[in-house]
Design a protein around this ligand. Structure first.
Ligand code: HEM
Length: 263
């Protein structure tokens, strides 16, 4: 008798639990909140051969994926997103936070070198660094206080990644001129702070970008309105590249990704 998909999945989960208990997880909270952490966004497409394999073969390869992710979670924080169905750029997105970029490199090498990785084609890899706020310290106290009201709790199933490059004119402006425009940016975007969670990565010198902006929300309509509001502020025309690609997907656990890909 062939084992059911649920039995196979249960074995997969068990393997995962053994691996998790064997390694000590990286301090995820610190990696996701502190400055001086490298954030890498690695998007991949699955090749046509993936679908042609039978389910048992796919499950065996997904077990390898699980092992690689769990093993590297000892040192780096790994988040997964399903882009398939929503994006024509890629099927899967990994967001990796590490104190050393070479640890991220090792994870991606092991991922691509494994049985599952043989089916992956790289769609985009972008790097950035988290930093202390540059402009906020000089903002009026009320604005600073308003910014501290964080997004509403509860699930935010959608993730959006927008890479940005600014013009040389922007970088040539005095700090106070840039600060004034960033204050306008903040005031215009503040109404969306409750429903849109954001994270900023500085990429200058690490990539052909200046920033990677990352957002999570349950209300895509709010996100759409937020971007329209951004487009009206004086800072916006200094963007030389906005998106290209814009990546949109859903936040998933490793087991959820495995379940989708095993079907
Ligand atoms: C919830 C809505 C948002 C709020 C409250 C917000 C607020 C802020 C604040 C306070 C800063 C300054 C950080 C510092 O002091 O260094 C900032 C920077 C930045 N934001 Fe936003 N933002 C929002 C949405 C967006 C969106 C939708 C984009 C573009 C897709 C964006 C792109 C950027 C970029 C690129 C920077 C860095 C600018 C620079 O340093 O030149 N933000 N944002």
């Amino acid at each position: 008798m062939r084992p059911s998909i649920f039995m196979r999945f249960a074995v997969l989960v068990l393997v995962g639990l053994v691996l998790v208990s064997a390694v000590e997880a990286a301090d995820r909270d610190k990696l996701l909140s502190e400055p001086g952490v490298y954030g890498t966004f690695a998007a991949f497409s699955l090749d046509a051969d993936w679908e042609k394999q039978d389910q048992a073969m796919r499950i065996a390869q997904l077990t390898v994926l699980k092992g690689v992710v769990e093993q590297h979670r000892e040192k780096v924080a790994i988040d997964l997103y399903l882009l398939r169905g929503l994006s024509d750029h890629a099927d899967l997105l990994f967001r990796i936070h590490a104190t050393e970029l070479r640890e991220t490199q090792q994870f991606l090498l092991d991922l691509q070198g494994g049985l599952f990785g043989k089916h992956l084609t790289t769609a985009a890899i972008m790097h950035g660094l988290t930093k202390k706020a540059n402009y906020v310290p000089a903002f009026p106290d009320q604005l600073k206080a308003d910014l501290k009201i964080h997004s509403e709790p509860g699930p935010k199933p959608y993730a959006i990644v927008i890479p940005i490059r600014k013009s040389a004119d922007w970088w040539g402006l005095d700090q106070d001129k840039r600060a004034a425009m960033m204050q306008e940016h903040t005031e215009a975007s503040l109404p969306y702070n409750k429903t849109v969670k954001r994270k900023l990565y500085h990429s200058t010198g690490l990539d052909d970008l200046d920033f990677i902006t990352y957002f999570e929300t349950s209300k895509l309509e709010d996100f759409h309105s937020l971007i329209l509001a951004m487009e009206k502020v004086k800072e916006f025309p200094y963007n030389r590249r906005f998106g290209h690609p814009t990546l949109i997907g859903t936040v998933k656990s490793l087991d959820e990704i495995i379940e989708v890909l095993a079907q």
